[in-house]
Write a protein that binds this ligand. Structure first.
Ligand code: OGA
Ligand code: MN
Length: 286
């Protein structure tokens, strides 16, 4: 590995995030560069690459160097060659910036695809069009949050299981209810409340807007605890808030972070458009 590159990294917050050394992600990375990315990913959880200009194809190719690309629930119908590259935007059905964009689930704390048996390992967002100010993405370090729990709560939570579902996501985000077809395609899944990161072995709180309830507890009691724990993770000391710059590409580890977009911009007047790729994850052992 190249020491100069390591020195060129800049930590972005105590909760995680690092600005990566200058690299051109539109070209295949060398083996040392890939190793640098993998190491930084495990240590800092959120990687910020500045000054990139990637086509959808180039973003897909960059992503595939770190794992298998994942499809999306809402497929693109624009005939693009890389349907795994999704567009995240604040546009409504008429293509206009809006307070009520077509999808707004990204404005709630979540970890990607936790309603899958094999939730997404990593997500990559590349800034295409940004508002003049705001529109941050916030990341909460769920490993730091777990560590900060009192010992008796760690023990009380050790064996709890949580049901996550697409249907719960639609309900919790006050979105259109999931269709019968969507429910069939995405049946509920159960994950441990305390998840162990498969590579670092560290424990994290695994919560967010895709959670339905805790196995063996009522809906009401579950919601109260799950919301409280999500709020606990979202305390300032555990959060890195990313202020987007043109050309940014941000790659994060869903296994130890939650994230959300912030509506701190002129949503109804300015466009916020990002291209998104996702790397498939593995089964979560119970
Ligand atoms: C996502 C997401 C956050 C944002 O793409 O998975 O949650 O800032 N995006 O738009
Ligand atoms: Mn997301």
């Amino acid at each position: 590995m190249n020491d100069i590159s390591v020195q060129a990294m800049r930590r972005l917050s105590a909760a995680g995030g690092v600005e990566m050394p200058a690299m051109d992600l539109s070209k295949p990375l060398s083996e040392p560069e890939k190793q640098l990315v993998r190491d930084a990913f495990l240590e800092h959880h959120i990687l910020v690459f500045r000054n990139q200009k990637l086509s959808k194809e180039a973003q897909a190719a960059f992503t595939e160097q770190f794992g298998e690309l994942e499809d999306h629930v809402v497929r693109q119908h624009d005939g693009s060659k890389t349907p795994q590259v999704h567009t995240v935007s604040n546009l409504d059905a008429d293509g206009k910036p809006s307070y009520k964009p077509l999808t707004h689930g990204n404005y709630f704390w979540h970890t990607d695809k936790s309603y899958h048996a094999k939730p997404s390992l990593a997500t990559l967002l590349h800034a295409i069009e940004l508002p003049t100010e705001g529109g941050n993405t916030q990341f909460a370090n769920t490993g730091l949050a777990y560590e900060a729990l009192p010992e008796e709560r760690k023990q009380a939570f050790a064996d709890l299981k949580v049901v996550h579902s697409w249907e719960a996501n639609r309900r919790n985000t006050k979105n259109k209810p999931a269709t019968e077809e969507e429910k069939r395609e995405r049946p509920p899944v159960t994950h441990p409340l305390i998840r162990t990161h498969p590579e670092t072995g560290k424990k994290v709180l695994y919560v967010g807007i895709h959670t339905s309830h805790i196995v063996g507890k009522s809906m009401e009691e579950s919601r109260e605890l799950l919301d409280e724990l999500a709020d606990f993770c979202a305390q300032d000391e555990f959060v890195y808030s990313h202020e987007w710059q043109p050309g940014d590409l941000v790659m994060w580890d869903n296994r130890t972070t939650m994230h959300r977009a912030i509506a701190n911009y002129s949503m109804n007047a300015e466009r916020r458009i990002l291209h998104r790729t996702v790397i498939k994850g593995d089964d979560i052992p119970h």
